[in-house]
Design a protein around this ligand. Structure first.
Ligand SMILES: [Zn+2]
Length: 207
């Protein structure tokens, strides 16, 4: 029973990005050293997560406040609605926002896809991206989809997959363009950690 408890909690923590079994075990022991009050506070915060933070129905970014659509996606927002940047995570989006080089909309995949994993969240969100872009096919305004996925193997696989999914729409409408951020980001560098200068160059040199 005891070992089961430990494994169960460790397995949960392993679902966090970048956390392997060893790191997850360290977190379990760290929680043990929290005060009872802090553990209760953490449990309480987690319990109330979806009351305070939600994912936008359109772009899937996490946002605070009411409604189903975030402030960026509202038709009345001052964002450039003819650009959609496809990113892996909210942390990439935050870094992009901090740099100030981009004023368009986003689409957060929540991960990259793995050729062997059929049920990934990211696959569902790519489907949603298709639907989102499809709505624009008949419109006279142009739409650019900018792929800003990691330069890792799976990131590249995911970018190609998204291109393949959107290609029929780009063929149907000359107004729809798909581009990729320039590889000013060196291999393996994640968007989350790229500095402002690198992001600016990557945006300017996108293809
Ligand atoms: Zn949104």
């Amino acid at each position: 029973m005891e070992t089961n408890y430990f494994l169960e909690l460790r397995n949960f923590l392993e679902k966090l990005p970048g956390v392997g079994p060893r790191q997850a075990a360290r977190y379990v022991w760290a929680f043990l050293d929290f005060s009872k009050k802090d553990r209760e506070k953490l449990a309480d915060l987690l319990q109330n997560l979806d009351k305070n933070l939600r994912r936008c129905r359109e772009c899937f970014r996490a946002f605070m406040g009411g409604g189903e659509v975030c402030g960026f996606c509202l038709p009345t927002s001052r964002r450039e609605h003819q650009k959609i940047m496809v990113l892996e995570r909210d942390s990439d989006l935050l870094n992009m926002e901090k740099s100030g080089v981009y004023k368009g909309l986003y689409h957060v995949l929540g991960g990259v896809i793995d050729p062997t994993d059929e049920n990934a969240v990211a696959r569902e969100r790519i489907k949603a991206l298709y639907e989102r872009v499809n709505l624009d096919v008949g419109r006279p305004t142009s739409l650019e989809i900018i792929l800003a996925l990691p330069t890792t193997k799976l990131g590249e696989f995911t970018a190609s997959y998204v291109e393949k999914v959107l290609e029929p729409l780009a063929i149907k409408s000359k107004k729809i363009k798909i581009s990729r951020l320039a590889r000013g980001l060196s291999t393996g560098v994640e968007l989350e950690y790229a500095d402002e200068m690198t992001l600016k160059q990557a945006m300017q040199n996108r293809k």
